[in-house]
Write a protein that binds this ligand. Structure first.
Ligand code: CA
Ligand code: CA
Length: 506
């Protein structure tokens, strides 16, 4: 038999590679990433008004929705590194957007690498890894749609104003919103172009084209198709029709901001104050509601683009044997706790839309309220697709919860903030430990908005002690970092932390 296999492997190398490497050749993966999308989607109900996400909702209606899902880091680069490596930031040493993947983890078996090595055709577009150059490690993709400024398909929505360069510096006020904010990308408005010319439309278009052309591909490999929509990340540039969904007077903004911070340790207030200048400027100039409106419109634009990809899949021959995973890298505060932006450890920043549609597993539309983490995606996909296991992953497979969503899960979701603060989110409680040794405890059964910190209440000491067991005890030191001018990837420099060596360009 072995001799026969050896002869066949010479005659039919491609065939044997595919059939031996994979347990189930029928399962494709559509991997949909959204950026900075909090729980303001119809199927999670996080926005107190009406949000228009018909396509996400129709996907949710055929999926398992994880209603208590959290990122491992409340900012893009470390969160995405976790999803793609199956490791927490405390294992990768990637804690912040400055941290550089390429020289530190050149051989990590990421999701696309593992699928590619096991017989899949791996293709991608848009923001999957963090967008800056060097953070889409080589060896990931059979094909990836790239752009002029970096190697990761991150495009500035087609605006001719980007990138800012020394020759074309950022204007004192943002060109479309006409307001000056701290964040270098905090603009919003309607671009002078058709919807088809927006960069995220091109990103979705790549995925649509791939799915439409499946019958002409000329090989029988299953596919792993990653599509990273950049909205609703700033800048909130949208075609007019999405703004029209949200009449300004109906837009809801958060309430009771100052009082909510009174029972929070100073370390937490410091997180809340990050970019709070932007919030106070928005409030002083009467633009807060307008800004929230553009976030909502950006969500609906992203939803429409996801809808295009879903339509293309449904019309394709792969419609019945494709697993769909949809996730957002972290949430966003629109003023809750006086905070504007991300990078905190409260529910607004850690809770994310996350769902899995696995054909033939579970009931369509079922919901799992057990705590889960985006770091669980990699081991889940490995099990669903019958790939070889990868050792030492920090997440666990969610397949048991696809079969039985009410099954108790003791393991909480851990979120690690860049300066070392940690949140532990269980079924009922959120516990936050600051590096100062102070804590916050919220009881979601009675306080879903996390208004009352119970950490000083002696009856909650056991909750803190239980959470403490899950906090990583030996965090990896931060990896090498970059010095980059965010909007001009042609002139950035990277600095090796240990050697001090400075590298220019890609
Ligand atoms: Ca993000
Ligand atoms: Ca409070």
């Amino acid at each position: 038999m072995l001799r026969l296999l050896a002869v066949l492997s010479i005659l039919l190398p491609g065939y044997l590679q595919i059939s031996c490497a994979r347990a189930d050749p029928g399962k494709n993966v559509l991997f949909l990433a959204l950026d900075d999308l909090n729980d303001w989607v119809g199927f999670l109900g996080g926005y107190p008004g009406r949000v228009h996400t018909p396509n996400l909702d129709r996907l949710a209606a055929r999926s398992t929705v994880f209603t208590n899902a959290h990122c491992t880091a409340p900012v893009c680069c470390p969160s995405r590194a976790s999803v793609l490596s199956g490791l927490l930031p405390t294992s990768t040493g990637i804690y912040n957007n400055q941290h550089w993947w390429k020289p530190n983890h050149p051989h990590l078996p990421t999701i696309p690498v593992h699928f590619r090595e096991n017989g899949y055709h791996t293709v991608g577009t848009g923001k999957i890894y963090h967008h800056t150059a060097g953070n889409n490690p080589p060896g990931q993709w059979d094909d990836f749609q790239r752009n002029l400024f970096n190697d990761n398909g991150w495009i500035r929505h087609g605006s001719p104003l980007y990138p800012w360069t020394p020759a074309k510096p950022r204007p004192p006020e943002f060109p479309y919103s006409g307001i000056k904010l701290y964040s270098g990308e905090a603009d919003w408005g309607i671009l002078p172009q058709h919807e088809e010319a927006y960069d995220d439309t091109l990103v979705a278009g790549y995925a649509v084209k791939y799915l439409t052309n499946l019958p002409q591909r000329g090989h029988d490999k299953p596919f792993f198709l990653a599509c990273g929509i950049f909205h609703p990340h700033l800048p909130w540039y949208v075609p007019r029709k999405y703004l029209d969904l949200y009449p300004l007077e109906q837009v809801v903004v958060p309430k009771d901001l100052p009082a909510d911070l009174e029972d929070i340790p100073e370390a937490g207030r410091k997180l809340a104050r990050r970019k709070s200048g932007d919030l106070s400027r928005l409030r002083k100039t009467g633009r807060w509601r307008t800004a929230v409106r553009h976030y909502l419109a950006s969500i609906s634009f992203a939803d429409a683009l996801v809808g295009r990809v879903l339509d293309a899949l449904e019309k394709s021959p792969a419609a019945r044997d494709t697993i769909i995973v949809l996730w957002s890298d972290h949430g966003w505060h629109l003023g809750e706790k006086g905070h504007w932006h991300k990078r905190t450890l409260w529910e607004e920043a850690t809770r994310v839309p996350f769902l899995i549609a696995a054909p033939g597993i579970g009931e369509p539309g079922q919901r799992c309220s057990q705590p889960v983490s985006l770091v669980d995606i990699f081991p889940t996909l490995i099990e669903l697709c019958g790939l070889p296991r990868v050792k030492k992953l920090d997440g666990i497979s969610l397949v048991p919860w696809l079969h039985e969503p009410s099954r108790t899960r003791k393991r909480p979701a851990i979120t690690i903030e860049e300066s070392g603060h940690v949140a532990v989110r269980g079924m009922r409680y959120r516990v936050i430990r600051y590096t100062t040794g102070q804590w916050e405890v919220y009881d979601h059964r009675n306080d879903p908005e996390e208004r009352t910190n119970l950490a000083m209440d002696p009856s909650h000491m056991s909750i803190i002690e239980e959470a403490r067991q899950w906090i990583p005890t030996a965090p990896a030191p931060p990896v090498d970092s970059k010095k980059a001018f965010l909007f001009d990837h042609r002139t950035f420099t990277w600095t090796h932390k240990k050697s001090g060596q400075v590298i220019k360009g890609k």
